[in-house]
Design a protein around this ligand. Sequence first.
Ligand SMILES: C[S@@+](CC[C@H](N)C(=O)[O-])C[C@H]1O[C@@H](n2cnc3c(N)ncnc32)[C@H](O)[C@@H]1O
Length: 216
Amino acid sequence: MAKNKLNKNWLHDHINDPYVKAAQKDGYRARAAYKLKEIDEDEKLVRSGQVIVDLGCTPGSWGQYVRRKLAGKEGGGINGTIIGLDILPMEPIADMHFIQGDFREQESVDQLAALLQGRKVDLVLSDMAPNLSGIASADAARMEDLIDLALEFSQLHLKPGGALLVKCFKDMGFSQIVEKFRHEFKTVTQKKPKASRDKSSEIFLLGRGLKQPAEN
Ligand SMILES: C[S@@+](CC[C@H](N)C(=O)[O-])C[C@H]1O[C@@H](n2cnc3c(N)ncnc32)[C@H](O)[C@@H]1O
């Protein structure tokens, strides 16, 4: 299909997308908020008092959703900690720490660890996706690399009963990723929220409860 036609189709879908409309109404920066919302409503992941890490957080709709859930009824601050990281800048979100950095670089991971100040994490979220080159094997390898790093981080920093939710693509090394999750977590669940477009191979993988939590 010609590029112009593709753009037109995308624009048509975007304008008529109920989640785009809902995001505008609810003040979310992206429709992606509803993916996390649906998974959270199903799985009861986000709770008051938690320490939550949001990898690939820009433009910030997952952070906004999490912040709203951790906020007290009377407004004011939040009960809990949210730390987001992205290569791209992000408009600030009240009470959310933000690190601009590449998660593949040790320096970024060290900055995250420094903000944690030794606290263990309840929930690691990753909506990270690499810039796609169009070369299937290279894209799959990049995706797997990001997920491996999120797994490694979770192994080191999650509480024993903590959870890791990552974005995957069914056509990008998915079965190997599921295997790795099964190796690390007591329960592994696949989630395809309604807000994740049917024509996209996007799927989320949720691991809960580390089989072998780190000692310290
Ligand atoms: C789909 S967007 C995330 C949307 C976000 N969850 C929200 O609700 O607003 C994916 C993000 O992952 C980020 N990303 C991709 N690779 C990354 C990396 N190596 N380190 C940090 N962020 C990365 C991108 O810059 C992009 O902002």
